[in-house]
Design a protein around this ligand. Sequence first.
Ligand code: SIN
Length: 522
Amino acid sequence: MKEITTNRIVVVGAGMGALYAALKLAPRPVLMISPEVLGLGASSAWAQGGVAAAMDEGDSPVSHARDTIAAGAGTVDPKVATLVTKEARDYILDLTEMGTPFDRTESGDYVMSREAAHSFARVVRVKGDRAGAEIMAALIETVRETSSIQVLEGTMAVDLDTSDGRVTGIAIQESDESRSAPVMIRGSAYLLAGGGSGGLYALTTNPPRIRGQVIGMAARAGAVIADAEFVQFHPTAIDVGEDPAPLATEALRGEGAVLIDKNGHRFMPDVHPDAELAPRDVVARAIYAQTQAGNRPMLDTRQALGDEVATLFPALAEACARNGIDPAKEPVPVAAAAHYHMGGIATDTNGRATLENLWVCGEASSTGLHGANRLASNGLLEALVYARICAENIERTLDGGTEIDFVNVMFDGAGDAPNEAAVMELRQTMTNNVGVLRDKVGLETAIQKIADLRDANSQSPSFLNMCATATMIAVCAWQRQESRGAHERADYPDTLPGAGKRSKVTLADALKVQDQIRKANQ
Ligand code: SIN
């Protein structure tokens, strides 16, 4: 394989964590591996609600941490919850300084949205439901002006090279993997910020490229993966047959929108005292049950927002218009869709993975903040906080200067892209058998199917990465014989007593279980 050695820190991904870390690393030279043109394709740009931060005088980081711990259903690390929530305000001020046009009240205060399981309205927002896109735009403009950051657009990471448990290189390819063979980049340090796994499911709100590849790549290199079984399903993906499914932000329910069935019955008050603002896992399960029962659940914004829905929530209005729905006049059909992976590459409070010279931030990581059920709008906050932590920690490990070398990658040869039919089969398997409601039989079906698909399509490293993550999710879900947060087992409906235990496994551990299940079912 062709090799390039550089003094640059290699940052994989181009979402909020990647961009913010690259800026915090400046003037250290960074090489950013971005699968698309900056701005398109990153989950962060699709985030609607905003960033959770205790900005109001009556609110406090302690209360924010308390809500985070309660939502996480017994597996949040309280140290991490304190660490992330205590500085949230500073990040909002920093993003404001970089040009993010947060919504303001007439007196100049930040407009705060209310989202599920927050005891306070504490989500700062931008142009209603455009937080992700607007924050990303401000960061991208700053990155473009920062000479220490070189962005390789149209490239993706496919493999990590290691020696004695230390990462020594990252193999990259053109994003259309059939066009070229991988090239090994040997940098000074490696930061993975390439998103989660939602796109491993057929029904998802995540961008098409976000299919667990980065988590799987680290798992294949031997990194420990934590909380793999905890996948969050968003209750209100707009159910119009689009792939990915457009999101109807939870902030709509914060504004009073209600959930009704095809007969107009508002069902959430029957399920939970907080009705539409119950924790996300509770609402997702209720929506899923309505869908399964053929009751066609819908989000009704008519009473709460009327005609204002179009100006206050432009992303919702746009998605509805594309599909011939007028939310001011009719309810919007919704379904529960894979949205956020609480699990990921296990990291410590310095953002370090279990492999040396490897740091992780954002959804690819599992820091212990989210537990079994992420509190709404804590995802972008965590990405920002750990991006800075990773940048500072990487800086401390590096010596030498900050002179900038330009990396000139000439791709040639040919590569192996994932087989699209196999990818679709994998995604359908995950939705059917490792989704909102799980059981032993379905999980074993999935675990075997993933192995069959992997064995039949092993020439594509990206597909192997997807299968590695899918295996970890399914095996950890099979091993967790209880229901907790977003992980609901039909055959183990109760939560085990006592403190919840986080799962931490390597791919080698998961593959052993997969083999046993395959043999037992032969
Ligand atoms: C939403 O806006 O409903 C999603 C926010 C999040 O996932 O944190």
